[in-house]
Design a protein around this ligand. Sequence first.
Ligand code: C2E
Ligand code: CA
Ligand code: CA
Length: 656
Amino acid sequence: MDPFSLLHYLQNPIWVFDIDNKKILWANNKSLLLWEATSIEELLSRDLGQDMSAAAAATLSEYQQDFKLDKTIKTWWRFSPKKIAKNMLCLFSGIPLNDGRTAMLVEVVADESSLRRDLAFYDCSNLALLFSDDGKFISANDSFSSNYGKHLIDLSEFVGDINIAQQWIDNAKKNNPFKCNRLCWTGQRHYWFDIEAKWLCDSSQLLLQLVNVTKDKEKINKEKYNSEHDFLTGLMNRRGVSAALKASHHHLAHYSLLFLDLDGFKLVNDSYGHAVGDKLLRAVAIRLLNVVKDKGLVARFGGDEFIIQIETRNYISIANFSNQIIDTLNRPFHIKDIGELSISCSIGTSNYPNDANNFDQLVTQADMAMHCAKQRGRNCYYPFLQEMADALYRKMTLRHHLSQALENHDFELYYQPIINLENKQLKGFEALIRWHDESLGQVSPAEFIPLAEETGQIVPLGLWILHNACQQLAYWTQHYKQTFIISINLSRAQLQPNLANTIEQIINQYNVNPSQLALEITESAMLQDYSETKPCLDALAKMGIELYLDDFGTGYSSLSQLHDLPISTVKLDQSFVQGEHTSSKVIIEATKAICEKLNLRIVAEGVETQPQLDYITQCGFDYCQGYFFSKPMPVHELERKYFHKKTANITIPLLA
Ligand code: C2E
Ligand code: CA
Ligand code: CA
């Protein structure tokens, strides 16, 4: 009976190969064409060992060992019946023979002509090389010879290193088969191979089975290059410089990292277009490379940000080096069709390993320092200091706690009296927000208001303040029949076109008389986007709400600039009242004189002592506010101090 009869049912070309005798024992009809055979009998009579290279025979013997362990092998196999080269994707498996030996069952899964050309079958072909135990080349299989020729001399030439060649032999001899990926010399060219090495104990030979992965490798290398370089400037990008420094960190000498940001680059993009912006970035990259040369690395971090890494021994001082960079970029750039462009840059620096020992942290630190350089007027450098990280950490913590506080309304309004100096009566109170956080303690509004302005949280917070103060005013008016004014601080972000409507709704909701409400706005807030804020302020004044100009003297504006705005009262900043210098007095007197001319009332802020009070009284100020009378206080304290009896006017206890 035909022992392989069941195999007839398989669809593909299929045969059974006797590895020991290099003969085909059985084949189906489908394989005839493949083997260029006229009949099954003719095929079975062939001695396939004749044309088989030693390397191919060794590979098959190795397979035989694998089959005994029930392994199957899928590989491209090249053979040349009647000198016609064929390349097949085959499935090899073991099949037991009656005499106890294991033969090889070969099923052809696909041939190269049936597969799409771009499958790159050639790269997957199973290549085999055989070397003697002193590394001499013995044989290559058909696939190898036809693809790479017959130029190999020995293993050390193939792997490019005599020691590695010896290592491979020694290793394999110890019965340690191993795999690796290596760039090897085939005698004509270098290729990347995935290599599997085995020692053939019987013949004392080294068998290398190879797959050419050059194309993959080149593709990967190209992708790696692209992913690590900036397309525009050709410099390394963030990932590239990070990878380069991380890879060499263990043997890096001390170095500085510079974070460089061009000043006003957006302006270039906005006025000349992005194409000019790109040209400028390329020109900047070239100048930076010219300064750094081979002393460090230059990378484009994104946008108009660059990173420079330079070893400490390559500069005299970091200040000196940074200024050299700044000077270089300050020289005008000649851009075709545009002419000369001038730019400046701000640089922050950090040091490895003194500030941090990892790249990401160094970048964060240098970035922080760069922002300090920007704040200090730009076109300068600033080194990283630990305080910066602490301040940033504090800011982040505050920001987080602030959003929670906003949700929970963890705020309270304190009130500080404003005194009418003429009759020593109470004019009103300024509402000042207080925030007590469970873990951070009391946080000053001078710290968290600017933060809330930065994040936009000031808008909901400001709304809460308006509601709370108006509700309080309504309550006091109702219970104590008071007619004093409550002034509320407004931030710039609150001066939106719908502000008057919002306030009108709040006033109506609590039934507050608008003439009892004042809004304090700083001059910088009033003058920023003047065309937008002016209608907003006009609408508020029209409703009968008083507008106070807060912190006067701290900005750059003059009162005449402000006379178009519907302001009733100016609050002179406390720094002048408290200032010892004669110039403070000059400003106090001048402000008073101008206010008188413009028919504006004037409040002195921050009055802490009797002499200060005497002086501003003598100058003819209308109102004053400060610790000398009272610190800002919570509602219950204020009620206890001022509202114990229901009178129309309250006398200030301290002055009474
Ligand atoms: P500001 O509007 O100039 O408020 C006056 C600040 O001076 C208050 O500080 C007040 O407590 C303090 N002060 C009053 N009298 C004296 C004095 O005699 N000596 C000294 N050294 N200081 C005095 P506070 O409450 O810490 O507020 C700081 C700043 O935070 C305020 O300055 C204001 O710009 C902002 N702010 C406070 N509350 C609010 C608010 O409800 N909304 C908005 N948008 N900003 C607020
Ligand atoms: Ca104020
Ligand atoms: Ca003020």
